[in-house]
Ligand binder design. Sequence first.
Ligand code: TRH
Length: 390
Amino acid sequence: MSFNDPALTLALFCRVVDNYGDIGICWRLARQLQREHGIAVTLWVDDLPSFRRICPAIDPAAARQEVDGVLVRHWASQDGVFAPGDIADMVIEFFACDIPPGYITAMAQCEPRPVWFNLEGLSAEEWVEGCHTLPSSHPRLPLTKHFFFPGFTAKTGGLMREARLDDERRQFQADPVTMADFLGQFGVTASEMASTKVSLFCYPHAPVAQLFAAWQGGSHAITCLVPDGVAKDAVESFLEAPADPGAARTRGALTVRVLPFVAQPDYDRLLWACELNFVRGEDSFVRAQWAGRPFVWHIYPQDENLHHKKLRAFLDRYATGLDRLCALSLCWNGAMPGNPDPAPLWPAFQAALPEMHAHADEWQRRMLANGDLTSNMLIFASSLRSCRPG
Ligand code: TRH
C-alpha cells in the first residue's frame, strides 16, 4: 500500500499542552491529509473546548464527530481497549504525547505493522537535521517509531503548507475590496483600512504597553487588531474599557481594535490583510511566514531561557542583515540585555518595513523549495513501508 492510497487510514493523537498551537497544528495536518491526499483521518484530541476556539463547528460534548471530512474523537483516557482492526495504517503522535498503551499493544499485533511517527516541534537549531527521521525501537514490542521534525532546510521535514495556500493568499492580497470587506466585518473603518494595519498575537509578558506608547506618539496612523483575550491588560488600559470583541479606541496616531477569535482560515486572512504581524508559538509563526509580510515572533517561553537560544537560531537563518528586525525581536522577547523597552526601536523598525517585506517574499521562495511537511512525511512513510517485509 502506498502512502498516497485513498484507502489508507491514519490516526493522529493530539494532547493540548497549552493554548491553541497543539490542536492548531494537528487540525491543519488532519485536514490536509484528508483533503489533499484522500486519507481517512481520525484525530484523537483531549481538549475539545480549546479545539472549538479555532474551529467553531466542534461540539465540545461529542465523543465522536465528523468535521470537514475528519473523524474527531475525544481522547478522554489512556484506558481504551483496542483490537488490531481498530488500528490505522499510519499513526502520528504529536509532540511525544504518549498514546494509549492498549493502542500500542494492538499496533504490535498488526500485520504489516503501522508506520509510527512522533511529529516534533519546530526549531531552527542545527541539531534538528541530525535527529530528523531517526528511528526509535520500542523497548518490549516489535515496533519502531520515527521522529519527524518540521524545519527550515531540505534536511528537515519542511513547513506545513496547503497546496492552494499561495494562490489563495495572492488573490486575496491583490483584491483591496475583498480585503476591506473581510476586515469590515470586524468594524474596521475606511480610515483604519488606509492606515498601517498590525495584527497582534503574543503571550501576556510581551512589552505591549510600551509599543502602544510609541505608536500612539508616532506620526503614522496605525491600527492594531488584537484577537479577543490577547494582551488583555495593555489593551484594556489603552481602551480604558473591557477588551471585548468590537471594542475600539483611537488615541494619538494609534487605533486599537479588539477582534473576535476567528476560525483558523480567517486567521490566515487577517495575517494577509495586515502590513505587519506579531505572532507567537509555532503555528501562527509559520502562517506569518506564508503570509509574505514582515512579522515579529513572540516565542513560547521555556525554563532557563532556552527559548532565547531557539529565537537566535531562527534569527540567524531568517534575519541576516535585517538589524532592525533582530533588535526588535530580541527586545520583544526579553532577550536583549539592558533594553527592555521596544519604543525607541520602533521608528527605525518602521522605516525598514519595505526592506523586510521584500525579504519575506524571498524567504518564502526559499521555504517553498523544501516541499511541504505533509507530503514530505507521506513520502518518508512510503519509503519505510517499501523497505520492510509484508
Ligand atoms: O496558541 P499558541 O501559543 O500555541 C502553542 C501552544 O502553547 C503549545 O503548547 C506550544 O507548544 C506552542 O505554542 C509552541 O500559538 P500558536 O502555535 O501560534 O497557535 C495558535 C493557533 O490558533 C494557530 O493555529 C492559529 C490559531 N488562531 C485562530 O485560529 N484564530 C485566531 O483568532 C487566532 C489569534 C489564532
